[in-house]
Design a protein around this ligand. Structure first.
Ligand code: SAM
Length: 311
């Protein structure tokens, strides 16, 4: 699908739940936002099928925490069978991954992103509430299952984990994973703390070992270090990539969000009872009208935080 600004939209980020067992401040603002009605596995498949028919050929399952859904393997398996789907991936906090990495791989998830904000067990626990050892075993199991690449997402926060860039680079080389540092977006409890954001420029100034690679048009800008090892920086705030944005989001309650950083939303749930034609038209129109760039601003309370939209 092509939007009114000529961008090709071929990527769906599909949130399957708002629930998450972790409590990362930058991602969530309150506890009560985890109770919305969730799409069923069947509805998720239907939406995916319609989107793939419309030309979206890459789907990422996200949340909330996608592995909190008991039927996640069934969901992945069914989507994985869709003809013309080129890539099925997942972003997870990794806490439950080691138990199901093989099944996920069999279901069609061959690449995975795992969020890990600190390599220090105490810091990781205080930032997220999670157990870092579960992530280390998750990475091992994902590798054994055959997942490749395995990418590590780390949101850097000033005064908390911003001194860990070098450790992350060592870690990524040792574990054979690719780390990507993400700039803090105002989409959670820290939306009023832009001073905590570590920008791409700052990372590069403090870590001259990172040598810029070719620009690829992907959100993650690629860098090399120690020969062929690679890392990425995702800088939506200091270097927005809206011009080349190729994605839309469907939230776990059936809402379509054409742009992560705009409040425009289209409810698809009322069309789930009708035929595919109506649903397709609604999605096509929303894609066509996708905003040119985001309107989220620092210090403005987000209408929905990241955990509800699906990162
Ligand atoms: N629960 C899964 C996880 O932890 O990876 C998937 C959902 S989470 C919303 C997806 C990604 O969004 C994570 O890598 C997280 O670090 C990132 N994220 C969440 N809130 C963010 C924010 N305010 N700014 C930048 N990245 C954020």
């Amino acid at each position: 699908m092509i939007d009114r600004f000529g961008r090709t939209i071929n990527y769906l980020r599909l949130s399957v739940t708002e629930k998450c067992q972790l409590h990362c401040d930058y991602c969530r603002s309150s506890e009560e936002c985890q109770n919305s009605k969730e799409l069923t596995a069947e509805e998720i498949l239907r939406l995916s099928r319609v989107c793939v028919k419309l030309g979206l050929d890459k789907i990422r399952l996200t949340g909330g925490e996608p592995l909190m859904r008991r039927d996640i393997i069934e969901i992945a398996e069914n989507i994985g069978k869709l003809q013309n789907l080129r890539e099925l991936t997942m972003t997870t906090n990794g806490q439950l991954l080691s138990q199901c990495a093989k099944e996920l791989y069999r279901a069609g998830i061959h690449r995975i992103n795992i969020s890990l904000d600190s390599l220090n067990a105490d810091c990781y626990r205080s930032m997220t509430g999670g157990d870092i050892n579960k992530i280390f075993s998750a990475i091992e199991e994902a590798k054994k299952a055959g997942m490749n690449p395995i990418k590590i997402n780390a949101v850097l926060l000033r005064g908390i984990n911003d001194g860990e860039v070098n450790n992350f680079l060592h870690f990524s080389r040792e574990y054979g994973v690719t780390v990507r540092f993400i700039e803090l977006m105002p989409l959670g409890r820290l939306s009023d703390k832009p001073e905590m954001r570590i920008t791409m420029k700052e990372i590069l100034e403090k870590n001259p070992v990172l040598i810029p690679g070719e620009k690829t048009g992907e959100p993650a800008r690629e860098f090399h270090f120690s020969g062929s090892a690679k890392a990425g920086i995702i800088a939506p705030m200091s270097e927005p990539f809206c011009d080349s944005c190729n994605r839309i989001r469907i939230l776990s309650d059936g809402t379509l969000r054409p742009c992560l950083g705009c409040i425009d939303e289209i409810s698809l749930s009322e069309f789930l009872g009708g035929d595919d034609k109506m649903l397709s038209e609604k999605i096509e129109r929303a894609v066509f009208n996708k905003p040119l760039g985001y309107t989220m601003r620092d210090c403005e309370k987000p209408i929905r935080d990241m955990s509800r939209i699906g990162g």
